[in-house]
Design a protein around this ligand. Structure first.
Ligand SMILES: Nc1ncnc2c1ncn2[C@@H]1O[C@H](COP(=O)(O)OP(=O)(O)OP(=O)(O)O)[C@@H](O)[C@H]1O
Length: 348
């Protein structure tokens, strides 16, 4: 449905998007995350037709809509957009805002469509309100309905939830995902918030300095980050120093761990092992003890920051009835499904 192939975009002498490729099938939701200025919005603008590529191709439904030689105008692309600031018209009612992009339809068709969209986004009775009479979340639902009214094939969402409370953001992201899946709309979301990306996306692209570091499912990104940058950017975790005993075993202060054969490593190599909070299990019977440095209550779980005997710090996500005080020693063990290793960065 949407394919980006070797896309490069430059502003004057600065190439801000560098040979990026990814694809989404019909109804799939992709998400671009990365630090500020890494080129996420520029990619959305290229898909919408507002930026021309310096190299590469954008395809929609198999057809080239952007290349060095081709640039289909935005109105002809069947691409809808939802922005961070909603860009709703304050002097129009909710219903008129939604009908804005479907002026060509008959009055009856327009009314029927607006009614159906209001129902779809969960605001069936608010058509006659004005925008200032709505909450931020309701306004964002109206912005979504307005973007969906012309029946786009692809929907682009640029930080659509960033002005909403963190807690509410995830709920709205899940609701919008359900709506997009119901309509089988292909969508690309740009966000700073990885939890929002996890809640919404089938595929996530992590960008850095105009390059796509990894394009993968949320599960793969979290558990098999392709680079140290992705490992640091996605999810919480620490790098625990380790030494390779052979290409299949690594020794750390938490024990010796087996892993799949890594031909590029040899005995004696120093590595960093990625340890996520859910890799460390609280276990009173374990001989390995750690001191609670900090704790953060998360409802069902507590996120502990622990100091190991050698001074290294790790996180541990424990069920919240395992309630321990700061300064207390608790037993832990490492429960790794697979190891993620990177060459030691500082040569320590
Ligand atoms: N119209 C423009 N002219 C020149 N440079 C631009 C223009 N628009 C964006 N840039 C630059 O291109 C780079 C990528 O910008 P872009 O807005 O795509 O980043 P982003 O990842 O969306 O950032 P943010 O998360 O802060 O919104 C930045 O260095 C930005 O300063």
């Amino acid at each position: 449905m949407l394919a980006i192939e070797q896309l490069a975009i430059a502003y004057g002498p600065h190439t801000v998007v560098k040979e990026i490729s990814f694809a989404l099938a019909e109804g799939q939701i992709g998400c671009l995350v990365g630090p500020s200025g890494c080129g996420k919005t520029t990619i959305l603008r290229a898909i919408a037709g507002f930026e021309a590529p310096a190299a590469g191709v954008v395809r929609l439904q198999g057809q080239v809509v952007s290349s060095v030689n081709t640039q289909v105008v935005p109105e002809k692309r069947k691409v809808g957009m939802v922005f961070q600031d909603f860009a709703l018209f304050p002097h129009l009612t909710v219903a008129d805002n939604i009908a804005f992009g479907i002026a060509k339809l008959s009055k009856a068709d327009k009314a029927a469509k607006v009614k159906a969209l209001l129902k779809l986004v969960g605001l069936p009775d608010l058509g006659q309100r004005y925008i200032h009479q709505l909450s931020g979340g309701q306004q964002q639902r109206v912005a979504l309905a307005r973007a969906l009214a012309p029946e786009p094939k692809v929907l682009l969402l640029d930080e659509p939830f960033s002005s909403l409370d963190a807690e509410f953001r995830e709920v709205l992201a899940r609701d919008i995902r359900t709506i997009l899946k119901q309509l089988q709309i292909t969508a690309v979301l740009v966000t700073h918030d990885q939890f929002e990306a996890f809640a919404m996306a089938d595929m996530i692209g992590v960008m850095q300095l105009g390059q796509l570091q990894q394009w993968a499912t949320p599960y793969e990104l979290y558990h098999r980050p392709a680079s140290r940058f992705v490992a640091d950017f996605v999810g919480r975790g620490v790098m625990l120093p380790g030494t390779m005993l052979d290409p299949q075993q690594v020794e750390t202060c938490l024990g010796i761990f087996q892993q799949r054969y890594l031909p590029e490593t040899k005995a004696g190599d120093r590595v960093d092992v990625l340890i996520r909070p859910d890799d460390i299990v609280h276990d009173d019977d374990s001989a390995i003890k750690a001191t609670v440095l900090d704790k953060s209550f998360r409802g069902s779980h507590i996120l502990y920051t622990l100091a190991l005997s050698g001074g290294e710090q790790v996180y541990c996500l424990a069920l919240s009835h395992h309630n321990h005080a700061i300064g207390e020693q608790i037993g832990i063990r490492l429960d790794l499904d697979h190891l993620v290793l990177f060459p030691r960065s500082h040569g320590v």
